[in-house]
Design a protein around this ligand. Structure first.
Ligand code: HEM
Ligand SMILES: *[C@@H]1O[C@H](CO)[C@@H](O)[C@H](O)[C@H]1NC(C)=O
Length: 193
C-alpha cells in the first residue's frame, strides 16, 4: 500500500513536471464551463475498454508515459506518419508495442460529440491513464487539464534520445529519468506499475 500511495504522489508530480511545453496554466476546472462532462465521458469509454480487456488499462498508462517523455505530455505520440512526416509511432520503443490508440480515438470522438473542438487529445490521454489505474484497483489522483496538443512529434527523441530502452543499463535509466526531473526513487516506483 505504501508503494501505491508513493506511486500516486510521484505520478502526480510527474505530470506537473512534464506538464506542458507551452506555459498554459493547468487546473482541475479548466473545462468546467466549456465541457463540464469531459471526465465522465472519458471514464465511460475507458470503463468499457477495460471491461472488454483488462490489459488495455496498463497499455493506456504506458501510452501516457511514452507521450510525456517525448516533448512533454502533448499528444505527440498520437500523430500518424504521412508521406512528408515521420512521427513517434514507429520509433523503436513504440513500434508494434504501444497500444490503446483506438481507445483514445473512441474517447476523442465521443468528447467531440458533446463539446466539439474544446478538449485536447493530450488531456484525454492523461485522464484515461488515471481512469485506467482506478478501474484496475490502483490509487486515484486529481488530473489537472488544459494541455495543448502538439503539431509536431519527434521520431528521434522517441527512438534513441529520451525514452529508456530494454537494453539501457542502470546509469542510463537513471540519467533518462533525471533528464525529466525524476529521481532514481521515482523511476523505481513508477516502473513498479
Ligand atoms: C525504467 C525504464 C523502463 C523500461 C526500459 C521499460 C520497458 C518496457 C518494455 C520493453 C515493455 C514491453 C513492451 C512490449 O512487450 O512490446 C514494457 C511494458 C510496459 N511498461 Fe515499461 N519500461 C520502463 C518504465 C515504465 C514506466 C515508468 C511505466 C509506467 C509509468 C511503464 C509501464 C509499462 C506497462 C504498463 C507495460 C505493459 C504495456 C502493455 O501490456 O500494453 N514502464 N516496458
Ligand atoms: C515498424 O514495424 C514494422 C512491422 O510492423 C516494420 O515494417 C517497420 O520497419 C518498423 N519501423 C521501424 C522504423 O523500425
Amino acid at each position: 500500500m505504501a508503494i501505491i500511495v508513493n506511486l500516486l504522489v510521484l505520478f502526480a508530480a510527474t505530470i506537473l513536471i512534464m506538464g506542458n511545453p507551452s506555459s498554459a496554466q493547468l487546473s482541475t476546472n479548466h473545462y468546467d464551463k466549456t465541457c463540464p462532462n469531459v471526465f465522465n465521458v472519458v471514464k465511460s469509454v475507458v470503463r468499457s475498454a477495460v471491461a472488454k480487456e483488462k490489459r488495455i488499462g496498463a497499455s493506456l498508462l504506458r501510452l501516457h508515459f511514452h507521450d510525456c517523455f517525448v516533448q512533454g505530455c502533448d499528444g505527440s505520440i498520437l500523430l500518424d506518419d504521412t508521406s512528408s512526416f515521420i512521427g513517434e509511432k514507429t520509433a523503436r520503443p513504440n513500434n508494434n508495442s504501444v497500444r490503446g490508440y483506438e481507445v483514445i480515438d473512441a474517447i476523442k470522438s465521443k468528447v467531440e460529440s458533446v463539446c466539439p473542438g474544446v478538449v485536447s487529445c493530450a488531456d484525454i490521454v492523461t485522464i484515461a491513464a488515471r481512469d485506467s489505474i482506478v478501474l484496475l484497483g490502483g490509487p486515484s489522483w486529481e488530473v489537472k487539464v488544459g494541455r495543448r496538443d502538439s503539431r509536431t512529434a519527434s521520431f528521434s527523441a522517441a527512438g534513441n534520445g529520451q525514452l529508456p530502452g530494454p537494453t539501457s543499463n542502470l546509469d542510463e535509466l537513471i540519467r533518462r529519468f533525471q533528464d525529466k526531473g525524476l529521481s532514481t526513487k521515482d523511476m523505481v516506483v513508477l516502473s513498479g506499475t
